[in-house]
Design a protein around this ligand. Structure first.
Ligand code: ACM
Length: 643
């Protein structure tokens, strides 16, 4: 995962022994050496083999794995990431045009490793691989909740493992400005709560990403989402006599830069100059989303400015602002990128349109397709909002192009997509479980051929990749237990694990609806935070129910019985966790599950439902403390089958 463009599996296998060695092209300047060293570490950890040589060579013709490439490349839009990989019984050859292609191929090879009771081997294959899209990104919002460098780095490693190549770093928002600024130091001093990246750290992250073949795009979100900037420099705001402060809740807020004064542009020019020097990539994201222009409308001087410049709407005024930013960035050698609100009549087609609103706003086609047709390069995020906590299936089914009819030039404008990890409800403890493993399937959508759509095949491979992500430091599986132990105060967590395997956090922003249930400093160690999308037992149970209803065999009845008994014994263990206020809210839910399970066991025996079961089931469908039990639909179907 992602599935290669072309793959032929042979009956050969290359058995790994302690003599396994890697030889890399002597052209390498570090990327492949780093990837190959990590490869050997992962290989020995997975297989348990004590390799005689734990590091790659530049010269050793006896090496089993030979890696060659033509040129060393910097990560940049359109860089060649193709490779070919051939695994035979006695040798493995990995060839690429660039060193970045070579490291993509190494990830593929490691996924071909099989370990049985007797041996570890790479399956024989001939692979010819290249990505479908040039831009395969992950956005991490470090503004709503700060994410330390260690969190960023482990996620970069995971991105590289699934061949993603753009890290979009959302660094400023209403809740914080996260970059150390030497030019405008009040930004990080007054508007970050002390939680910001030093310039040294930022350069270090960029170097780290570069070695993994990942581009880093900074986002400074303006003119809206600007409470943090205006907390530091209120004189740039659109409302006179207004006290700006960091927002502690989630939502869309009014504070907006004043686009009618020279000071604003001088500030942005100096800031962009400083920030661009930290990020070598050609692209620079200016946000531009969700500016409702309330403070613009309320300001008489801004209204007069609009009139004078014949700017009829706030949208026109924002275009005026964007065009000025485009010129500033162009002087710095950068290309402007912004959310789809920036796509207005006079916006030059050099700007990259980042589509997040899809077909909302009454459009006939997505903003992505509209942008491509108008001649803008464009990147899709609508459909890849992983913070909405929907199933991986939902995201996997979103194709950036879909059935749109495009000319070759229009098709070329669609650069790719980005999964967006918005940070309102995540801390370093939980962020990985909101990104992974679903983002691996999104990465496949961006890399693999369009016809790779088999859901069962995806799930099968995703469960393997998910487990392997932990070897890169991703904490999405292990941190569940950290949260559960915090909940039980270090008492046994098994009962909560049983419940969490059929529970999911509320989806599509129904958790924290209105944005005020949680502050930025609220606890994110609730039972909901231990739960994830695609609750594993629910997936299994729901499938069993469908099978049972189609054909109620004895075996299928046993499969269902197994789960009902699991929940009953889970509740029994749960009752031993006494005097715990943190568990009070979910206690009635668990009790209800216990009751429903008992009633279903009876119904499975008698073949009959009853009113008590129907009413208990209704109660089970109500969310509790931002969690919902996701087997209720299946239970309702099952109940109907007895009526
Ligand atoms: C966005 O979600 N406002 C880009």
């Amino acid at each position: 995962m992602p599935w290669p463009k072309s793959i032929i599996t042979t009956t050969n296998k290359f058995v790994v022994t302690n003599n396994f060695k890697i030889q890399i092209s002597n052209k390498d300047q570090g990327k492949v050496n780093y990837a190959a060293t990590k490869f050997l570490r992962r290989l020995s950890n997975r297989t348990g083999i004590f390799l005689k040589e734990g590091f790659p060579f530049k010269k050793d013709n006896n090496s089993a794995l030979k890696i060659t490439f033509d040129t060393v490349a910097q990560p940049s839009l359109g860089v060649d990431e193709s490779y070919t990989l051939e695994v035979n019984a006695t040798n493995i050859q990995l060839n690429a045009k660039t060193d970045i292609g070579a490291i993509r191929g190494l990830e593929t090879l490691l996924q071909l490793l099989k370990t049985t009771a007797n041996e570890s081997y790479f399956t024989g294959t001939k692979i010819n691989d290249a990505p479908r899209f040039l831009w395969r990104g992950l956005l991490i919002d470090a503004a709503r909740h700060f994410q330390p460098v260690a969190v960023i780095k482990r996620n970069l490693e995971a991105m590289a493992a699934v061949k993603m190549n753009v890290f979009h770093w959302h660094l400023t928002d209403d809740q914080g400005f996260r970059i150390e600024s030497k030019v405008y130091p009040k930004l990080h001093k007054l508007a970050s709560d002390g939680l910001y990246y030093t310039q040294h750290q930022i350069k270090n992250v960029v170097t780290y990403a570069t070695r993994l073949g990942i581009r880093v795009i900074p986002e400074i979100d303006v003119p809206g989402h600007a409470s943090a900037i205006l907390t530091a420099y209120p004189e740039l705001g659109s409302k006179d006599n207004y006290t700006y402060s960091l927002q502690r809740n989630a939502g869309v807020f009014d504070p907006t830069l004043n686009p009618t004064i020279d000071k604003t542009y001088k500030f942005l020019e100096n800031l962009f100059t400083e920030v661009s020097s930290l990020f070598p990539d050609k692209y620079f994201h200016i946000g531009g989303d969700e500016n409702e222009g309330k403070h613009w409308t309320e300001n008489k001087k801004i209204a007069a400015f609009k009139k004078k410049h014949q700017l009829k709407t706030n949208h026109d005024l924002q275009t005026y602002f964007n065009i000025k930013l485009e010129k500033i960035l162009s002087k710095l050698g950068k290309k402007l990128m912004g959310w789809d609100e920036i796509m207005t009549k006079n916006m030059p087609t050099t700007a990259v349109i980042h589509s997040w609103r899809g077909t909302n706003e009454g459009l006939k086609e997505s903003t992505l397709i509209a942008a491509a047709k108008k001649g803008y390069p464009t990147v899709l995020s609508n459909g890849y909002y992983i913070d909405r906590m929907q199933s991986v299936v939902h995201h996997y089914k979103v194709d950036p192009i879909g059935n749109a009819k495009l000319t070759p030039a229009q098709r070329a404008n669609i650069l790719g997509g980005e999964a967006t990890m918005w940070g309102e409800l995540v801390t370093p403890l939980t962020i990985d479980s909101r990104i992974w493993p679903r983002t691996a399937a999104i990465a496949e959508r961006f890399w693999s051929p369009k016809n790779v759509t088999d859901i069962d095949h995806m799930f099968k491979r995703l469960s393997v990749v998910s487990f392997q992500l932990e070897e890169l430091g991703i904490t999405h599986i292990r941190n569940k237990d950290v949260i559960l132990r915090n909940l039980t105060q270090n008492q046994p967590t098994k009962s909560l694990e049983v419940l969490s395997a059929i529970s999911e956090p509320l989806k599509i922003y129904t958790r924290n609806a209105g944005g005020t249930e949680y502050q930025t400093y609220s606890p994110f160690t609730l039972f909901a935070d231990a739960c994830t999308a695609d609750a594993p037992d629910a997936l299994q149970f729901n499938s069993y129910v469908n099978q049972y209803i189609t054909q109620p065999t004895v075996k299928k009845k046993q499969q269902l019985t197994y789960f009902f008994k699991k929940w009953i014994s889970g509740y029994k263990a749960f009752q031993e966790l006494k005097n715990n206020t943190k568990l009070q809210k979910i206690a009635p839910l668990y009790k209800n599950l216990n009751q429903v399970s008992g009633l279903f066991l009876n119904a499975l025996k008698s073949g009959k439902s009853n009113a008590e079961l129907t009413s208990a089931l209704k109660k089970l469908s109500r969310p509790v403390e931002d969690v919902e039990i996701v087997i209720v639909n299946a239970l309702e179907k099952l109940n109907k089958s007895f009526q």
